[in-house]
Design a protein around this ligand. Structure first.
Ligand SMILES: CC(C)(COP(=O)(O)OP(=O)(O)OC[C@H]1O[C@@H](n2cnc3c(N)ncnc32)[C@H](O)[C@@H]1OP(=O)(O)O)[C@@H](O)C(=O)NCCC(=O)NCCS
Length: 312
């Protein structure tokens, strides 16, 4: 597709072409600021594309080209959990050409070409105001809470280590407790992106809390998982930790989440033998905690639960 480039009046407007990325675009993508591994993901070889397709991954990158140079990119990946929900990233426009509508055109054209996108989301690093504004302009909503990642050792020093807290294995009887916690940690916006994600949690709860701190093998592409409830004596559960494959995530109830709960949970995981260097994902961080605790790499979910208007 070619569209007149630029909004600036009074000078000749170069043509802007929007098209899918191809392997020959890698040098141009690197000049745009993408590291080489990212350029290879955005513009994969035919063999790589075949392997992804065989594994069920659908991924498309769109580029914007002006006067023979790549000036913008965006990458869409279909969710494995829900075929109508897509994530996007690597959304970038050459610095000198920003605020000319290229970023918005890339998004709209991508959604039009892929066709099956009904819901769309991405994550924005804390403090990236230009990106937040560009998302909002397209209709995206910001989640009220943050997600983050941090090493377990660093998390254990984030707040005071007292009073005591316990990690308890869960089983299917805990389903009624985990569901509201999961919903609170992820927020209503996430559940609108994944109306069926509740099924995933049920599966996790049924697998139960065995071997919660050891990486477990993957069986038939289904990650074996285990769940531990975060119990603060005298209070409702503060969250739960999911260990799935080599990934570990703490889902916190944002209403009760504090640096001391995070630190004490980390100390319990260390006591169970999880290495200090291991990274843990945090979901449901209150905004003030995320901005205070600078050692957490925080990012905000931006979601468009109905993306169909971008096609028109
Ligand atoms: C985010 C990005 C891709 C947007 O691309 P862009 O071509 O500049 O976006 P557009 O021109 O389509 O902007 C659309 C709207 O977003 C808003 N917007 C974009 N940049 C903005 C800024 N710096 N300040 C305030 N609002 C901004 C405006 O409402 C703008 O419309 P307007 O110019 O008519 O007021 C670009 O800023 C970028 O490459 N940033 C660096 C990489 C990055 O952070 N990517 C996102 C990672 S999540």
């Amino acid at each position: 597709m070619s569209v007149p480039g630029g909004r600036a009046a009074g000078r000749s407007k170069p043509e802007l072409a929007l098209r899918f990325a191809r392997p020959g675009d890698r040098p141009g993508l690197m000049r745009l600021g993408h590291p080489p591994p990212v350029a290879r993901i955005l513009a994969p070889s035919a063999g790589q594309r075949f392997l992804w397709a065989a594994a069920g991954t659908r991924s498309m990158a769109l580029v914007a080209e002006e006067s023979g140079s790549l000036v913008g990119s965006v990458h869409f990946v279909r969710s494995m959990r829900d075929a109508a929900t897509w994530m996007f990233g690597h959304w970038r426009v050459a610095p000198s050409l920003r605020r000319r509508g290229i970023g918005s055109q890339l998004m709209r054209e991508g959604v039009r070409r892929i066709g099956s996108v009904e819901r769309l989301y991405s994550y924005v690093e804390d403090g990236n105001e230009a990106s937040l504004a560009a998302h909002r302009r397209l209709g995206f909503e910001a989640a009220p809470t943050f997600e983050g990642t941090i090493g377990l050792g660093a998390l254990s020093t984030l707040g005071p280590p007292a009073p005591a807290l316990r990690l308890e294995p869960v089983d299917r009887r805990d389903w009624g407790t985990l569901l509201p916690l999961y919903a609170a940690a992820n927020g209503a916006l996430w559940l609108r992106l994944f109306p069926r994600s509740v099924v995933v949690l049920r599966l996790l709860a049924e697998i139960g809390g065995r071997d919660a701190v050891r990486p477990l093998p993957r069986v038939l592409l289904l990650p074996m998982a285990s769940v531990l409830r975060v119990e603060v004596p005298g209070r409702p559960p503060a969250g739960f930790v999911v260990r799935s494959g080599s990934q570990m995530t703490l889902y916190c109830d944002p209403a009760g989440c504090s640096t001391s709960i995070l630190a004490r949970t980390a100390l319990q995981l260390l006591a169970l033998g999880v290495p200090r260097e291991e990274t843990i994902g945090l979901v449901g961080l209150p905004a003030d905690l995320a901005s205070r605790a600078r050692s957490i790499q925080a990012r905000r979910l931006m979601a468009l639960p109905d993306a169909r208007h971008l096609r028109s």
